[in-house]
Design a protein around this ligand. Structure first.
Ligand SMILES: O=C(CO)COP(=O)(O)O
Length: 243
């Protein structure tokens, strides 16, 4: 943790569940939200409006998992940042490695989306992280630094933008980098951002490893995938970030 930075525990629900599941999960998270920690849940687009309406005025923020760089237009299947803001989202995850892989997203594209998000009043959470081949080649720090330099738009730090380090090989695999490796990358991220930027770690975060990971220097929270779909696990991770 970084002294003076309030931790953020974010749940990326990815493409899971029904509307009923989403409503129940959000309510369970709300009911158990611990003090002293910011909580964010990011449902699939089709569930976002209902979840955001239910969380209005509650201590659980709601975010999107992506947005388009344009404010409107002929972009079939896409969703604009202003639309997310309009239905109650306050944050948006951008440049997740699954989107970089599934949709060919580039650093420049992520930067354009982040500009749109900031313009719409959303807090962008930009994801960076190396592949296993890049880590084994000793390139992890250079890859992550290049992604940060390429993906963060001007005004990102002033707008309170968040950076999430998610090594691709740790996502959904149960594998995590060593604590020293996480700390090393986060030190690089701190050097490239600001003393106040929230830096999240993501990749197989679960109740059993949350305390150790969240205790590392410059780790100001977590971006949680699988474990965020189980309210008790997500809340246990949030509890590990608390005072
Ligand atoms: O991709 C992630 C969050 O964005 C991490 O996913 P897991 O927690 O399932 O490894």
């Amino acid at each position: 943790m970084t002294p003076g930075i309030r931790p953020l525990i974010a749940g990326n629900w990815k493409m899971h569940g029904t509307l009923r599941d989403a409503a129940a999960l959000a309510e369970a998270v709300r009911a158990g939200a611990p003090a002293g920690v910011d909580l964010l849940i990011c449902p699939p687009f089709v569930h976002l409006h209902v979840v955001a309406a239910a969380m209005l005025g509650q201590p659980v923020a709601v975010g999107g998992q992506d947005c388009h760089a344009a404010a409107k237009g002929a972009h079939t299947g896409d969703v604009a940042a202003v639309m997310l803001r309009d239905v109650g989202a306050t944050h948006v995850i951008l440049g997740h490695s699954e989107r970089r892989a599934d949709h060919g997203e580039t650093d420049a594209g992520v930067r354009a989306k982040a500009e749109a998000a900031i313009g719409a009043g959303l807090t962008p959470i930009i994801c960076v992280g190396e592949t296993l081949a890049q880590r084994e080649a000793g390139e992890a720090e250079a890859v992550v630094a290049a992604q940060v330099k390429g993906s963060l738009p001007e005004g990102f730090l002033a707008a309170g933008g968040v950076v999430a380090y998610e090594p691709v090989w740790a996502i959904g695999t149960g594998r995590t980098p060593t604590e020293a490796d996480i700390a090393a990358i986060h030190a690089v991220l701190r050097g490239l951002t600001s003393p106040a930027t929230r830096l999240l770690y993501g990749g197989s975060v679960k109740p059993a490893n949350a305390k150790a990971i969240l205790g590392l220097p410059h780790v100001d929270g977590a971006l949680v995938g699988g474990a965020s779909l189980v309210a008790a696990d997500f809340l246990a991770i949030a509890g590990a970030a608390g005072p």
